[in-house]
Design a protein around this ligand. Structure first.
Ligand code: FES
Length: 149
């Protein structure tokens, strides 16, 4: 499929833009500073905090911001499909890291079988989804223009 272009100039903190690329929903989410600061504190709760599964994101994205899984720190680009059986997770664009379990404290939540992911799409331990959400191939054409594909 052809690449998809998104203008993110109007995207506000906590908002999600949804595109379609190759028949899949693509989420572009602007994260707050509080969320970015909370992400590293979640590592102990995550199945693959360092995103070592290379199938789940392009290497250049991981190299840019390893724990944020993004090229720009605040902007997360994800395929919006649960890595368990492909349902659409819901979003709560904040993270309240402590105490974490057993309740979901923000990030992405899959209603089908209760998999939880943080605001970098990293999967929590003890849920059915086996891997982090996928970061699709993408780049910035300019400061406010993302090209997915
Ligand atoms: Fe998301 Fe099963 S499809 S938890």
């Amino acid at each position: 499929g052809a690449p998809v272009i998104a203008d993110i100039s109007a995207l506000q903190e906590g908002q999600r833009l949804i595109l379609e690329w190759r028949g899949q929903p693509i989420w572009i989410v602007k994260r707050s500073r509080a969320v970015l600061e909370a992400l590293p504190t979640l590592d102990g709760h995550l199945r693959d905090p360092q995103s070592r599964n290379a199938d789940q994101q392009p290497a250049y994205v991981l190299a840019a911001n390893p724990e944020l899984r993004s090229l720009k720190p605040e902007i997360s680009v994800l395929v919006g499909l649960c890595t368990h059986l492909g349902c659409a997770p819901e979003m709560a664009a904040e993270i309240r890291p402590e105490p974490f379990d057993p309740e979901w404290k923000g990030g992405y939540f899959c209603p089908c079988h209760k998999s939880r992911f943080d605001m970098a799409g990293r999967v929590f331990q003890g849920v059915p989804a086996p891997t982090n959400l996928v970061v699709p191939p993408h780049h910035y054409a300019d400061d406010n223009t993302i090209v997915v594909g």
